[in-house]
Design a protein around this ligand. Structure first.
Ligand code: C2E
Ligand code: CA
Ligand code: CA
Length: 511
C-alpha cells in the first residue's frame, strides 16, 4: 500500500536525523561514562587521601611518644640525658633525632650532644609541626619536626622525610599525593616546597588530620578522566557504538516509514505522479464516442499504478484533493487541448470533483483555465459530483454554481441512486446529467427490484429533462436494455476500459 511507504524528506534533513539518532546514544552514553569515571576517580583519591592520613598519623604518634617521654628530662644537663635521647632514636622506627629545649634554646641533641640553637615557636604550624628542607647534617632532605613544650622546657623529635615521601609514593601510586604542613608541602619525589598547595585538576580530595597540624591532598593531572576511560571502558565504548549504529538504523527506518499519508501524497503531487486515465463515454444509440471520463491514477515509483479508491479518501481528508484535481485538469487540458480543433460535436470531458472543492470560487478559475486550452465550443466540461457527499447549499455554493453555469460547465450527479439527493437539490445546483450507479446496471436481467429502480431513474431524468449516463456497462444485454430505454449515454468496459492518454488519443483518432 503506497501510503504506508514513508515520505521523502529532504535528503540532507534525513541524513541529519539519521546521524543525530545514531550519535545521541553515543553522546549520552559517553557523558554518563565520563561522569562515572569522574566518580570512580573521586572515590579513589578520597580513599588514597584517607589512607595516607592514617599512615602519617601513625608515624607522628610514634614521634610524639618519643617527645612525651623526653619532655620530663628537659632542663637536665645534656651529658646526663644524651643516652636517653639516643635510646629513643634507636628504639623508634621513624624517629631520626631527638633534642631538648630550655628557654627556647635547643641545648642538647641526640646527634651532637651539647648544642645551642634558638627555637622559634612561630616556625611551627600550630606551634607543633615544622616541615623543613633538611638541616646542616642532611641538607635538601625533608624533615618533619614535632615540638612538645611545657613551661620553659621542650622536646623536639624529628621524622625522616624519606619515610614520608615513601608513603606518598607507595600509597599514591598513580595518584598525585601531597603532604602539607603549615606553609610548606612535600611531594612524592621527597622535595619540600613553600607556599600554597598546587590544585590538582582532576578529582582532588583534601583531608585534614584531626590529631596533628597537617593535611593531605590527592588528585590526578589534567586529562586523567579520558585516560582512565580509554583504559577501562573500551568494551563499554564498543557497546555504545553498537547502540549508536542500531539507533541510527532505527532512525533511518522510522523516517522511511512514519510519514503521514498526506506527506507522501504531497511528494507524489510535486513529482507529478498523479496522472489521468481516460474512459470513453458513448452515445446510447449510435455507440459513437461522445466524450470521456477522466479517472485519476497514481503512478507510484515502487507500487506501480495505484487505484483511486486506495488514495482518494486520504486526499479528501487532507484537502490535497483540490490541488490534485487541479493538476489532473491541467494535464488533461495539455493532452486533449491540441486535438480539440478536430472534434466535430462538443466532446464531453467528465472530471470528478469532491464536495471539498466547492467550498470557494477557485473551482471557477480552474474551469476557466481548463476551457481556455480548447478551441471555443469544442468541448463540454462536465463536473461529476458524487451523490454520496451532498454539497451544503450556502451563499458561496450558490455563486459558484451560477458562475459555472455562465461558463457553460455542466454538472452531473455521479453514482446516482446510492445517495439521498432530492428534487430540490437537483434544481438548486442546476444539475444537467445523472450518472446511474454501476450497481443498478449490473443487476439488469438479474434482480427485478434493481431494475425497477433503474427504470424509475430513467423515467425521472426524462421528466426533469436531465441527460442520463449509465456506468459500468459490461455486457451486450445491458447495452441493449439501456438503448431500448432511451438512455442517452453509456460508459463501461464493453466500450473501453480506462486507459492511458497515449492509448486513448490513438483510439480517439480511429473513432
Ligand atoms: P467513479 O467516478 O464512479 O468512476 C467509475 C469507476 O468505475 C472507475 O473506477 C472506472 O474504472 C470503473 N468502471 C468503468 N467502467 C466499468 C465497468 O464496466 N465495470 C466495472 N466494474 N467498473 C467500471 P476507478 O477508475 O477505479 O475510480 C474509482 C472511483 O475513484 C471513481 O468512481 C471516483 O469516485 C474516484 N475517482 C477517480 N478519479 C478521481 C478524481 O480525479 N477525483 C476524484 N475526486 N475522485 C476520483
Ligand atoms: Ca465519476
Ligand atoms: Ca460512478
Amino acid at each position: 500500500m503506497p501510503l504506508t511507504v514513508r515520505p521523502r524528506r529532504k535528503r540532507s534533513t534525513r541524513l541529519i536525523v539519521t546521524l543525530l539518532s545514531g550519535l545521541l546514544p553515543v553522546i549520552l552514553g559517553s557523558v554518563i561514562l565520563y561522569m562515572q569515571a569522574e566518580r570512580t576517580l573521586q572515590q579513589s583519591t578520597a580513599h588514597t587521601a584517607e589512607e595516607a592520613l592514617r599512615q602519617f598519623d601513625l608515624m607522628l604518634d610514634n614521634t610524639a611518644q618519643a617527645a612525651r617521654q623526653l619532655l620530663p628530662l628537659a632542663g637536665q644537663p645534656c651529658k646526663s640525658v644524651t643516652l636517653a635521647l639516643r635510646e629513643q632514636v634507636t628504639r623508634r622506627p621513624f624517629v631520626r633525632s631527638t633534642n631538648l629545649v630550655w628557654d627556647d634554646n635547643l641545648y642538647c641533641s641526640s646527634l651532637f650532644g651539647e648544642f645551642s640553637e634558638p627555637v622559634n615557636a612561630g616556625d611551627y604550624a600550630q606551634g607543633k609541626l615544622w616541615l623543613m628542607n633538611g638541616n646542616p647534617v642532611t641538607p635538601n632532605t625533608a624533615l618533619l619536626i614535632y615540638r612538645l613544650s611545657e613551661g620553659r622546657g621542650g622536646a623536639l623529635t624529628t621524622l625522616d622525610g624519606y619515610h614520608l615521601s615513601n608513603v606518598l609514593r607507595l600509597i599514591g601510586r598513580d595518584t598525585l599525593l601531597l603532604l602539607q604542613v603549615g606553609d610548606n608541602w612535600l611531594s612524592a619525589d621527597g622535595k619540600t616546597h613553600q607556599g600554597a598547595l598546587p590544585s590538582l585538576p582532576v578529582a582532588q580530595s583534601m583531608r585534614d588530620s584531626s590529631h596533628y597540624a597537617f593535611s593531605v591532598s590527592a588528585g590526578f593531572p589534567e586529562g586523567e578522566t579520558w585516560r582512565y576511560m580509554s583504559d577501562e571502558y573500551p568494551p563499554l565504548f564498543s557497546l555504545l557504538i553498537f547502540f549508536g549504529v542500531v539507533s541510527g538504523a532505527i532512525g533511518h527506518i522510522v523516517q522511511k516509514r512514519s510519514t503521514s499519508p498526506s506527506h507522501e501524497m504531497l511528494r507524489a503531487l510535486e513529482a507529478g505522479e498523479f496522472i489521468p486515465y481516460f474512459q470513453p463515454v458513448v452515445y446510447g444509440d449510435s455507440k459513437k464516442w461522445t466524450g470521456t471520463e477522466v479517472l485519476m491514477r497514481w503512478n507510484h515509483p515502487k507500487e506501480g499504478l495505484v487505484r483511486p479508491d486506495l488514495f482518494i479518501p486520504f486526499a479528501e481528508h487532507s484537502g490535497l484533493i483540490v490541488p490534485m484535481t487541479r493538476a489532473l485538469m491541467q494535464q488533461t487540458a495539455a493532452l486533449l487541448g491540441p486535438l480539440s480543433s478536430t472534434f466535430v460535436a462538443p466532446f464531453h470531458i467528465g472530471i470528478n470533483i469532491t464536495a471539498n472543492h466547492c467550498q470557494d470560487l477557485e473551482l471557477v478559475e480552474d474551469c476557466r483555465e481548463f476551457l481556455s486550452a480548447f478551441t471555443a465550443g469544442s468541448i463540454t466540461l462536465v463536473l461529476e459530483l458524487t451523490e454520496r457527499e451532498l454539497i451544503e447549499p450556502t451563499d458561496i455554493t450558490r455563486q459558484l454554481f451560477e458562475q459555472l453555469h455562465t461558463l457553460g460547465v455542466k454538472i452531473a450527479i455521479d453514482d446516482f441512486g446510492t445517495g439521498h439527493s432530492s428534487l430540490g437539490y437537483l434544481r438548486k445546483f442546476n444539475v444537467d446529467y445523472l450518472k446511474i450507479d454501476q450497481s443498478f446496471v449490473a443487476m439488469i436481467g438479474i434482480d427485478a427490484l434493481s431494475r425497477h429502480i433503474l427504470d424509475f431513474i430513467i423515467e425521472l431524468s426524462a421528466k426533469l429533462d436531465l441527460g442520463i449516463v449509465a456506468e459500468g456497462v459490461e455486457t451486450q444485454a445491458q447495452a441493449d436494455y439501456l438503448t431500448a430505454h432511451n438512455v442517452n449515454f453509456q460508459q463501461g468496459y464493453l466500450y473501453g476500459k480506462p486507459m492511458p492518454a497515449a492509448d486513448f488519443i490513438s483510439a480517439l483518432t480511429h473513432h
